[in-house]
Write a protein that binds this ligand. Structure first.
Ligand code: HEM
Length: 343
């Protein structure tokens, strides 16, 4: 009897160990293989992943070999900063095209920079497409449970409540209240009204071109929570989808050979005339998760810049170091040093 109990215990331990092993095997080997072969069958390729680490070693290698401009390089014409921030994504785009897959450990990613396909992703309304869960939990201490990282019904509810607060009429009210609070009322300061702001065409073009080359939003990341179709492409549950906004904003095919030059006049006849595929100009994202603060941010920028420009002129300080860097947003590594003169 005692021997039978011992044997049963061993059998239970064996079943336990086997099921844990099967689970690990499923996570690190079978599921990644399944996801990759589903995409592979549709003609999508990418760098060959290593076991357990995926393409992480190659990513580190490419990142460490790319030469950043030296710190004392003050050239301000260097607008190709995105090559230095995610060099592996750029390199693989050259090798595998505008849509490819890669892997980080057991996570499988689909990189997309083809404008038509991005449009499909961004306009998809399903709540089964959302922010990657692993990024959301990593950002929780900073962003809490707010709209930026929320998914599903929780996100939809927050969006419904928050978005109307940023409609243009309310943004009117808001910015004006802020200006009056900070700059005094109309007897003491002449702030531009909405009509004037709309008429500030050159300023708008300068802001649009700045957001094209230096928009603070860099990455758009999603996780596919259920099997889905985007146009002709079938994307299986569990894939992570990545797009780099700067690579869309720097596609010479879309913007022309002067893509890396700061030329506000390209927006003279509006966004629809500035490039071939206007849906690929997305400093505020696009579609379902479009930035709710877009109008607010544009009005604030125009208000702030018009206030500064009406009182001061400014130029770059010789001490300015041009070093855009990615810290969840694009930021100037050494700040922006300006020489300011009262006019
Ligand atoms: C120049 C300024 C800004 C830029 C370039 C910008 C850019 C973006 C981008 C690219 C996204 C989409 C991210 C994605 O698709 O994953 C986004 C989302 C968002 N932005 Fe902005 N943003 C700006 C200012 C603001 C401001 C001023 C606010 C609020 C006051 C704001 C609130 C949000 C929120 C709440 C979301 C998430 C929307 C959602 O997930 O449904 N943004 N922003």
């Amino acid at each position: 009897m005692e021997g039978l109990v011992v044997e049963m215990c061993w059998a239970l331990v064996l079943v336990g160990v086997c099921s844990v092993l099967m689970r690990v095997l499923e996570l690190v080997w079978l599921k990644p293989r399944r996801l990759r072969s589903t995409l592979g069958r549709q003609g999508i390729s990418g760098p060959q992943p290593t076991f357990l680490y995926g393409n992480l070693p190659e990513m580190h290698k490419i990142q460490s070999t790319i030469a950043r401009p030296p710190n004392d390089d003050h050239r301000v014409s260097h607008h190709r900063w995105s090559d230095f921030i995610f060099p592996y994504l750029q390199q693989w785009t050259h090798q595998y095209g505008q849509v490819y897959m890669y892997s980080t450990g057991n996570k499988q990613h689909l990189y997309v920079s083809r404008p038509e396909l991005m449009k499909e992703f961004n306009l998809h309304k399903s709540l089964d497409l959302g922010k990657p869960l692993y990024l959301a939990s990593a950002m929780e201490p900073m962003l809490g449970d707010g709209i930026i990282k929320a998914n599903g019904r929780h996100w939809a509810l927050q969006r419904k409540l928050i978005a109307p607060e940023f409609f243009l009429d309310k943004v009117k009210e808001r910015v004006r209240a802020e200006i009056v609070e900070l700059c005094g009322d109309r007897h003491h300061y002449r702030s531009p009204d909405m009509d004037t702001l709309h008429k500030l065409k050159t300023l708008t073009m300068v802001i649009q071109e700045t957001l094209r080359l230096y928009g603070p939003g860099v990455i758009m990341a999603r996780e596919v929570f259920a099997d889905m179709k985007f146009g002709d492409l079938f994307v299986p549950k569990g894939m992570h989808i990545w797009s780099l906004i700067p690579s869309l904003h720097r596609d010479p095919e879309n913007w022309g050979p002067d893509v890396n030059e700061f030329k506000p006049e390209r927006f003279a006849r509006g966004i629809s005339e500035a490039c071939k595929y206007p849906q690929a100009y997305i400093p505020f994202g696009y579609g379902t998760r479009l930035c709710v603060g877009q109008t607010f941010a544009m009005v604030e920028l125009k208000m702030m810049l018009s206030r500064i420009l009406s009182n001061f002129s400014f130029s770059l300080s010789p001490n300015y170091r041009h070093s855009p860097i990615y810290r969840m947003l694009l930021v100037p590594e050494y700040g922006i040093r300006l020489l300011i003169k009262e006019v």
